[in-house]
Design a protein around this ligand. Structure first.
Ligand SMILES: CC(=O)SCCNC(=O)CCNC(=O)[C@H](O)C(C)(C)COP(=O)(O)OP(=O)(O)OC[C@H]1O[C@@H](n2cnc3c(N)ncnc32)[C@H](O)[C@@H]1OP(=O)(O)O
Length: 150
């Protein structure tokens, strides 16, 4: 398995991976245009030419960044792919000077394993929510806020 930055030729595979889970209500769906615009944020896992895992590091504000769009193919669940991708994005965040890394998720147990702590949504910086207005669930967010101080 190799872990690498995403390129244009990965877009359709990434969309399918994310949006299949979105249909099950496990994560938010992505539109093709936003994926192109944010393509440089993505790291993926590839095995036998197939994309089997993906996630993005999104910079939000001064020293603040988000792990988003994390998805591992069902055939590779619980084999360390998600951890490896989030660890790589965490290293990248550190290099950039990020001090607070967060995720909004329905999988707090996974993020807890990676030393993220659950926090009350009201306690997180307002800047963290600046893109929520574009979310179909706004203002009724039911995701859990997980934070890791770097
Ligand atoms: C910010 C966001 O994008 S939230 C969206 C998250 N994505 C989804 O829910 C889509 C569907 N789910 C998935 O794609 C995967 O199950 C993921 C991304 C949640 C986890 O990826 P995996 O590659 O299976 O996790 P990985 O194998 O690296 O697990 C790391 C550790 O977390 C544990 N773990 C994995 N998933 C979970 C979970 N859902 N709940 C609790 N613990 C978990 C593993 O057992 C492992 O523990 P260990 O180190 O003690 O062995």
């Amino acid at each position: 398995m190799i872990f690498r930055k995403a390129t244009f030729s990965d877009v359709e595979d990434i969309l399918k991976l994310i949006n299949d889970y979105a249909e099950q209500g496990l994560m938010l769906a992505r539109a093709r245009n936003t994926l192109y615009e944010g393509l440089r944020e993505f790291i993926l896992a590839e095995e036998d030419g197939k994309v089997v895992g993906v996630a993005a590091l999104h910079l939000v504000w001064d020293e603040l960044a988000e792990i988003r769009a994390l998805a591992v193919h069902s055939s590779k669940i619980k084999s360390g792919v998600g951890r490896k991708i989030v660890d790589m994005l965490t290293d990248e965040a550190r290099e950039l000077g990020v001090k607070t890394l967060f995720a909004l998720t329905y999988q707090p147990g996974f993020f807890a394993k990676l030393d993220f702590k659950e926090v009350p949504k009201e306690s997180v910086p307002h800047k963290m929510w600046k893109e929520c207005i574009n979310c179909p669930k706004f203002p009724n967010c039911d995701e859990i806020a997980m934070v890791k101080e770097l």
